[in-house]
Design a protein around this ligand. Sequence first.
Ligand SMILES: Cc1cc2nc3c(=O)[nH]c(=O)nc-3n(C[C@H](O)[C@H](O)[C@H](O)COP(=O)(O)OP(=O)(O)OC[C@H]3O[C@@H](n4cnc5c(N)ncnc54)[C@H](O)[C@@H]3O)c2cc1C
Length: 447
Amino acid sequence: MTHSMAEKVYVSFDGGYSIKTQYQQPDRYRMLVDADAGGYARIARGGGYSYAAASFGAEGVTQEMGSFNRVIRFVPQERLIEVEAGITLGDLIGITMPQGLWLPVVPGYPGIMVGGCIAANVHGKNPARNGAFINFVEEIALFHPANGVTRVSRSANPHVFELTCGGYGLTGVILSATLRLETLPGSQLTRQRTAVGSLVEAARVLRELSDTNAFAYTFADAVPAARTFGRGFVYSGDFVPGSVSRKGGADTYQKMTSEKRALLPVSAWQGGLISRMFNTAYWTMEAMLPARQQITLFASLFPFAKKTIYFYLFGKRGLAEYQTLVPLDQAEGFLQELQRLILKKRPPALMMSLKAFRGRQKYLRFERDGICTTLNLIRSASTLEFLPLLDELVIASGGIPHIIKDSRLPGEMVRRSYPEYEAFRQALHDYDPARLYRSELSQRLGL
Ligand SMILES: Cc1cc2nc3c(=O)[nH]c(=O)nc-3n(C[C@H](O)[C@H](O)[C@H](O)COP(=O)(O)OP(=O)(O)OC[C@H]3O[C@@H](n4cnc5c(N)ncnc54)[C@H](O)[C@@H]3O)c2cc1C
C-alpha cells in the first residue's frame, strides 16, 4: 500500500538550503511500515530544527514523525520511560518532572523530538558532566523495510545501535526509544553569572565550573570590534534542593518552525552597527540584573524557548552556525587564532558560546573531550567566504565540526576531520547496501 504523498517546501533551520519535495504524515505504524514510498529513498523528520538539511533532500520522501508522540511505558520506580520518537522534549519533561525525574541531556529548544535527539546524538547544558544523548538511550525500536522492526541496544544488535545513535536517520525510522531518566534534585535552579573579559578566560572559568554545576556555558560578543570582542558571561547553576514541583505539563513556549523562522524578507541585524548596539544593550541589561538568580528547570534547559525573536531577526537568508569541538590542549590556541581571524577578516559575526565536553569520539558523533565553540554569523557572501578559513583552522587544531549545525559543511571537511568517517560509511553500506534512507546531508557527505 502506498500511503498518500504531497509536496511542500522545506528549509533548513539556518535558511541555507531549501527544496520542494514529497512528504508523508503517517499517523499509524501500519502506514509507516506499509508505505512503500513509491520505491523512493526516504528520510524521517522530527521537529525540523536541524540547521543542516538532515530530514529532507532532493531525492525521496520525507516522513514526518510528529504524530507518533505517545508514552508507551513509564515506570518511575525503574527510572525508565519508553516513548514514541515524535514526542517533543518539552512534553517529555512535562511528564517526567512531576514524578521527580528528568533527562539531563536536552538541546536548547523544547519542540525538538526524541528521534531527532538520537539521530544527531545531541548534547545539553553540561556535556562535561553528562556527555551526549546516547548515554541515556537504553533501547530503540527501529524500522527498515528490509528488516522489519528490530530492537537495538548495547546488547541486542549493538552495531546497529552504534550506527543509529548519531546516524542522522540513515539506518531507518526510529519508532520508539526507552530512555534512562535520573532523579531530579529540584525544579528550581540558581543561575550564577560570572563576567569574563576574553574567550580564553571564559574557557578557563568554564572548565572549573563544569565539574561542580548542573549546567555551565558561556555567551560572548563576537562582533569584530577589537575593544569588545570576546567579552561575555559564564552562566552556571545548580538545583535548589527539595524544590521539586509536582505540576505536570510543559511550560508554554513560543512555537517556531524552520519555515516560520525565515519569514522576514531581510535580516534585521543588517551589518555591524545593529549587531553592536544589540550586544551592548544585552551586556548592559545583564550586568544590571543580580549576578545570582533563581530560574525554573524549563528555563534552564530551554533558554531559547522564549527568545525565538533572536532567530526570526536573521530573516529569509538566515544565519550560519559554526560549532566545533577542539581537544583541550589545543583549545586556547584555537580561541586566540579564531579571534585573530575574525578581527582580520571581519565577517558579520554576532555571538559566541563555549561548553566543556567529555566523551569518546566514534563514527560521526559530535563527542570527545574538549571545548565546544559555537559561532553565530549573519548569512552573507562574506560569511560564506569566511567559513572555509574556519574549516582549515579547525583541521589544524585537531577539531571536529558539528555536522547537524551547518548546512554548508563540505563532505571533504567531514572526511578530513572525523577519523571514523570511512568506518561509518562502510558500516552503513554493509548494513543497508541499497542505502534507502537519504537526505541532502547524506548526499553532501558522500554517505
Ligand atoms: C534553538 C535551537 C537550539 C538547539 N540547541 C542544541 C543544543 O543545545 N545541543 C545540540 O546538540 N543541538 C541543538 N540544536 C540542534 C538540534 O538539537 C538537532 O538538530 C536535532 O537533531 C533536531 O531534532 P528534530 O526533532 O528537530 O529533528 P530534525 O531536524 O527533523 O531531524 C534531525 C535528524 O534526525 C533524524 N530523525 C528525526 N526523527 C527521526 C526518527 N524518528 N527516526 C530516525 N531518524 C530521525 C532526521 O532524519 C535527521 O537526520 C538546537 C537547535 C535549535 C534550533
